[in-house]
Design a protein around this ligand. Structure first.
Ligand code: ADP
Ligand code: MG
Ligand code: MG
Length: 251
């Protein structure tokens, strides 16, 4: 489904190289965890995958279902089935969460040449999904993410994901700032979306999230490269020993 080949990327503004040759293959149905110390390039990888234009790919390729997506913008990647849940979800004052969600669904439908979702269909979908994720109707009326707690923002991201039914979900530190109850709600939301034709890249600094979202494969990122790959036991090892063994590997 996703094949990252020798990916090098830098910050467009000042040319700083952040990703230094990443290779990764993610098959449908798989959950890959990417762990690594702060500053190792985890968020950069998620931004480069989503097509954010603050970053430039200088070498390598990203293939989705066998085709390069490097020339596609963020909207086209989203239409193709990419979804990125940000580490720091953006706040949009003046746009009710509900309005935003409907616009997101319709943008995806439009990109696929489909007609807009009807209001009754949208209301039914939102009601079902928000109930599962413990999201109140009051929260849906508030401006997107404005004044939301960390847990509310993350639940809202998972709600977008559930509504858009993406093929490839990239979760960047979805666990940061969550208490244990919110972590469970978010994890259950993700687990409910696991399916044989959908893949996940779960980026996290801590092993804790992976007790709830059990990955098939765990990778360690250090200085913009994957320096170790293993099974779920690798995450436990990191929890015990920290990242000290890895930070110098790619130096
Ligand atoms: P992580 O998510 O693993 O903590 P990041 O991808 O956020 O790491 O950052 C990797 C490195 O790139 C850090 O040194 C960070 O300061 C730098 N960096 C990332 N994006 C930018 C940017 N837009 N401008 C300047 N520095 C950046
Ligand atoms: Mg960070
Ligand atoms: Mg980060």
């Amino acid at each position: 489904m996703l094949e990252i080949k020798n990916l090098h990327a830098r910050i467009a503004e000042d040319g700083t190289e952040i990703l230094n040759g990443i290779d990764l293959v993610v098959k449908p149905g798989e959950v890959h965890a990417i762990m690594g110390p702060n500053g190792s390039g985890k968020s950069t990888l998620s931004y480069v995958l989503s097509g954010k234009d603050d970053y430039e790919v200088t070498e390598g390729d990203i293939l989705f279902n066998g085709e390069s997506i490097l020339e596609l913008g963020p909207d086209e990647r989203a239409a193709a089935g990419f979804f990125l849940a940000f580490q720091y979800p953006i706040e949009i004052p003046g746009v009710a969460t509900m309005t935003f969600l409907k616009a997101a669904i319709n943008a995806q439908r439009k990109a696929r040449g489909e007609s807009e979702i009807t209001t009754p269909d949208f209301m039914r979908l939102v009601k079902e999904t928000s109930a599962k994720l413990n999201i109140s109707s009051d929260m849906l009326k508030r401006p997107l993410n404005v004044g939301f707690s960390g847990g509310e923002k993350k639940r809202n991201e998972i709600m977008q994901m559930a509504l858009l039914q993406p093929k490839l979900c990239i979760l960047d530190e979805t666990d940061s700032g969550l208490d244990i109850d919110a972590l469970k709600v978010v994890s259950e939301g993700v687990n409910a979306l696991r399916s044989p034709d959908r893949a996940f890249i779960v980026i996290t600094h801590y092993q804790r999230l992976l007790d709830h979202i059990v990955p098939d494969v765990v990778h360690v990122l250090s200085k913009g490269r994957i320096v170790k790959t293993g099974g779920p036991e690798l995450a436990l090892e990191l929890e015990k020993n920290g990242y000290a063994d890895f930070v110098d590997v790619a130096a």
